[in-house]
Write a protein that binds this ligand. Structure first.
Ligand code: SF4
Length: 360
């Protein structure tokens, strides 16, 4: 039996879970970290959603960053640096040098490095020049060490035994891998003396947060343990389901700390680019029923007027039965280059995302 993925968790009203996830993101942006004073020392926060590795995707990600270094990261632009670009900007020399002398062997053919150098040059994040047939490079800025910690949060507004079983396997995978510094489960606050999530069979290393999405307040029901991100991780490939008829052994492999560090930085770069307001990107804001509705006077959440509820990105697609394009009369001035109200909603979210990146 393979490791479960998010898609196997219990499905309820997806729009309800999606709305809760966006509220968690907003709460994290305003109030991270729970019950802790670490942010009062000036730690900067970046929040993103639906990111991870090809085997494991987290609902919400909180990056705790060094504020000065984060500001210096902005010199490299709002777009992420992929692993090829990171290899170049992190190793580019202070003085002009032939790129093959300056960069460590990447472990793949040099022609791919050349292509990445051209991309880096186009983005103006390194300097290049020709010396005969040779391409020489020089760094413009030192790539800063801006990422301090990664916190992963799974959002389960209604955590019952069945959802907890699926989630328990995912969290066990996270704990064994140690890719994130902390893992949490955010559930809807019930008001009970003891939150029901505490009775579920979740790894003790995972924290439990009870969040009230309306008032955007949260309490810690259980504090997480810090995971060993600097030590080798164990990637669980397959595990027995524990049933009486399942005698299969678990399969796993080790992941060295260097690979984990590279993966963490790649995730952080994607989070830097996307943030959590990118939820609108795969949706259809050009549909006449698409709206953004304000919560607490601030947060803009997606709303479908045709279905009279918060819709998911999966539902809000061109294949949606209620989809109707914006009437051309809605598109004022600049049309068709700038688009209509849908385009403006996308711009609004992009501006808010940009404001959360100091130095851009
Ligand atoms: S009708 Fe369909 S495509 Fe239009 S906003 Fe609603 S969910 Fe999205």
């Amino acid at each position: 039996m393979s490791v479960p993925t998010l898609s196997r968790t219990v499905q309820r009203d997806p729009g309800h879970e999606f709305g809760f996830e966006l509220r968690t993101c907003r709460w994290a942006e305003l109030a991270w970290s729970p019950g802790d004073t670490s942010t009062s020392d000036g730690t900067a926060i970046i929040v993103a959603r639906q990111l991870g590795t090809k085997r494991r995707r987290w609902d919400t990600i909180v990056l705790e960053c060094d504020p000065d270094a984060l500001r210096r990261r902005a010199r490299f632009g709002p777009d992420r640096l992929d692993s090829d670009l990171l290899h170049i900007v992190r190793n580019a020399p202070d003085e002009w040098a032939y790129y093959r002398d300056a960069l460590p062997h990447p472990g793949y053919p040099w022609r791919y490095v050349r292509e990445a150098i051209h991309r880096a040059d186009d983005r103006e994040i390194i300097e290049t020049r020709k010396n005969g047939n040779r391409i020489e490079i020089r760094r413009k800025w030192i790539y800063p060490d801006w990422l301090e910690r990664i916190v992963a949060i799974e959002n389960k507004p209604d955590l019952d035994a069945s959802a907890a079983r699926a989630l328990g396997s995912q969290l066990a995978y996270d704990v064994a891998m140690g890719l994130a510094d902390e893992v949490w489960v955010a559930t809807r606050a019930t008001g009970d003396t003891v939150e029901p999530a505490l009775f579920e069979d979740l790894p003790v290393e995972a924290g439990i947060l009870s969040l009230e999405p309306e008032s955007l307040t949260a309490e810690v029901a259980w504090y997480p343990r810090t995971l060993a991100v600097d030590e080798p991780g164990t990637r669980i490939l397959e595990r027995s389901d524990g049933g009486a008829r399942d005698a299969s052994a678990a399969r796993f492999e080790y992941v060295d700390p260097g690979t984990k560090a590279d993966t963490r930085l790649a995730i952080a770069e994607r989070a830097y680019e996307r943030g959590w307001r990118s939820f609108v990107d795969p949706m259809r804001p050009d549909c006449r029923h698409f709206q953004l509705r304000a919560r607490d006077g601030q947060q803009a959440l997606p709303y479908c007027a045709a279905m009279d509820r918060c819709q998911t990105a999966a539902a809000c697609a061109g294949s949606c039965a209620h989809y109707e394009p914006e009437p051309p009369t809605w598109r004022t001035r600049g049309w068709p280059i700038e688009g209509g109200p849908g385009k403006r909603l996308q711009q609004l979210l992009a501006e808010r995302r940009r404001r959360r990146r100091p130095g851009l």
